[in-house]
Design a protein around this ligand. Structure first.
Ligand code: PBG
Length: 347
């Protein structure tokens, strides 16, 4: 028998517990290691302006959001600018609609009048972005003009988009947001703008835009006349890879920024596009996402401020540089005025 010391039996046989919770122990520690934050300047507020409205009209499915009059639009945009919101994405609601959406490119139409008014009153203090699409202006509610069989005619629509783009650029829009999902729309619009000398007017391309049920409340917001759906031009919610194909095309055609829309249901697409894109990527927290949060909060089922901030932070985490959200001015106000302690953790 060899005589060796009695072996110790109290030595650890497994590695120590690794403790990620150490980085979560205090607010100061969590703040130190936080990866993503929200900034007012990254937020864009979609706003609606309605022709001939005497006062702001509430949108019942979007509590707190209104169709503005021209005056209330200016006041809301000024408030947004004061708290540092990065931009306004403007949608126009005309009183008369027709087959080609002629009001969309009329310099005296509601959209172009409102753009000019915003620029005259607010200058460059907030970016004035213009939705570039025909659906608010057509009597059939589609995003383009129709052929004799009732289908959206891609290339004739591009001509209307060019006319619309030039009218919006002349009115003073900083950025145009083509949202109609026609093939070749970025190239067509870029070409028209450059030919007329509007080289500084940028294009915020709706690159991956899905045929989504979450646009429901928006249809009320713009008094949409659509019957049917947009599945022949917007993307199939079942598809991810084609978002990257759309990205390649929009970049080649000259997009300055690209967008994924809707937001939360498409975080995977946002992540993929953000990783592949050399230009800034935005996302759009659409009307139905807003309505869901508001409906749950109205029932007392969610902590509203936390739910709003968490949803916006999710976009930043997935790779968004900027976010279109109906909460933009409200959240920017929270950030501007200083958040209560229990919300500070979000920024
Ligand atoms: C179309 C457009 C839509 C939205 C923005 N631009 C509706 C659609 O494509 O049917 C939806 C925005 C929202 O739901 O908040 N021009």
């Amino acid at each position: 028998m060899t005589s060796s010391a009695t072996p110790r039996t109290d030595l650890p046989l497994t590695p120590p517990v690794i403790r990620p919770r150490r980085l979560r122990t205090t607010g100061a520690m969590r703040s130190l290691v936080r990866e993503h934050t929200l900034r007012a300047g990254d937020l864009i507020e979609p706003m609606f302006v309605r022709e001939g409205a005497g006062e702001p009209t509430p949108i019942s499915s979007m509590p707190g959001v209104v169709q503005h009059t021209e005056d209330s639009l200016v006041a809301a945009a000024r408030r947004a600018a004061e708290v540092g919101v990065g931009g306004i994405m403007l949608f126009g609601v005309p009183t008369t609609k027709d087959a080609t959406g002629s009001q969309a490119s009329d310099p005296d139409g509601i959209m172009n009048r409102a753009i000019a008014r915003l620029r005259a009153e607010l200058g460059d203090s907030v970016l004035v972005m213009a939705d570039l699409c025909l659906d608010e202006f057509t009597d059939h509610g589609h995003c383009g003009v129709l052929d004799d069989q009732g289908r959206v005619d891609n290339d004739r629509t591009l001509v209307r988009y060019q006319e619309m783009a030039l009218s919006q650029a002349r009115a003073g829009a900083h950025l145009l947001g083509p949202s109609g999902m026609m093939d070749g729309q970025i190239a067509a619009i870029r070409g028209a703008l450059d030919a007329e000398g509007f080289t500084d007017v940028g294009l915020f391309a709706y690159t991956a835009k899905y045929a989504s049920a979450f646009y429901g409340p928006f249809r009320e917001a713009v008094d949409s006349s659509l019957t049917g759906d947009r599945r022949a031009y917007q993307q199939d919610p079942a598809n991810g890879a084609e978002a990257l194909r759309e990205l390649t095309l929009d970049l080649a055609e000259g997009a300055d920024l690209v967008m994924v829309k809707p937001g939360l249901p498409y975080l995977d697409v946002l992540r993929d596009v953000a990783q592949a894109s050399p230009v800034p990527v935005g996302t759009y927290q659409v009307s139905g996402e807003y309505a869901m949060i508001e409906a749950a909060c109205a029932q007392g089922w969610l902590d509203r401020e936390r739910a709003v901030l968490e949803s916006l932070l999710a976009f930043r985490r997935a790779g968004a540089t900027c976010v279109l959200t109906y909460y933009a001015t409200e959240v920017a106000t929270w950030l501007h005025d200083g958040l209560p302690a229990h919300l500070r953790e979000f920024v």
